[in-house]
Design a protein around this ligand. Structure first.
Ligand code: FMN
Length: 170
């Protein structure tokens, strides 16, 4: 087992593209990729360092599979786990619900003992409201493939540099 579990739906286009880039940036030897469509509770809870890929669908809701897995997560204890989130979102199409998926999952996990890692500055985005916002940061890495594709690579690199410091594994 590698130190970090990276969980996302392998069938999502942007989320899986970002997951590939993040795994490369953190080093393939450090990251196990796990498909949340076929996840088992035991596997999900076996990592101390977790990265969750969660876009936003349905106007401010969790995307498929996270919404289906959520009831199973209700009774899990994430104490002692450092969890980072990332998600593709659309600030022009959905400025009132920008990256809400990250906020929903971050709050849910924190309420169950997790430490949320990988906050990312919100200053280079334009939106009205987001459940992912906390002060001047998002509770994870927000990517916008539709409107700021040229910033994706730089954002991923910066975020992974931060994460390497926050995730203290060898
Ligand atoms: C029906 C629909 C609803 C969406 N709702 C939101 C939303 O509420 N907030 C947001 O930031 N993005 C929203 N998006 C944009 C997606 O999150 C964005 O396209 C993302 O790149 C999808 O990545 P994925 O294919 O990996 O899930 C929505 C997209 C669609 C098609």
């Amino acid at each position: 087992m590698k130190p970090i579990g990276l969980f996302y739906s392998f069938n999502t286009r942007h989320t899986s593209d970002a997951a590939d880039r993040i795994a490369r940036e953190l080093g393939e030897k450090n990251v196990d990729r796990v498909n949340i469509e076929t996840i088992e509770d035991k596997v999900f809870l076996s990592y101390s360092y977790m990265i969750l890929g969660v876009s936003t669908w349905f106007d401010g809701e969790l995307p498929n599979y996270w919404d289906e897995f959520l009831p199973a997560m209700e009774h899990m204890d994430f104490t002692g786990k450092a969890i980072a989130l990332f998600g593709p979102s659309d600030q022009v199409g959905y400025p009132q619900n920008f990256a809400d998926g990250i906020g929903i999952l971050a709050d849910f996990l924190r309420n169950r003992g997790a430490t949320i890692a990988g906050h990312y500055p919100a200053k280079s985005y334009h939106f009205i409201r987001s459940r992912a916002i906390e002060g001047e940061h998002f509770k994870g890495l927000v990517l916008d493939y539709a409107n700021q594709p040229e910033m994706t690579e730089k954002r991923i690199k910066e975020w992974c540099t931060r994460l390497k410091k926050e995730f203290k594994f060898r």
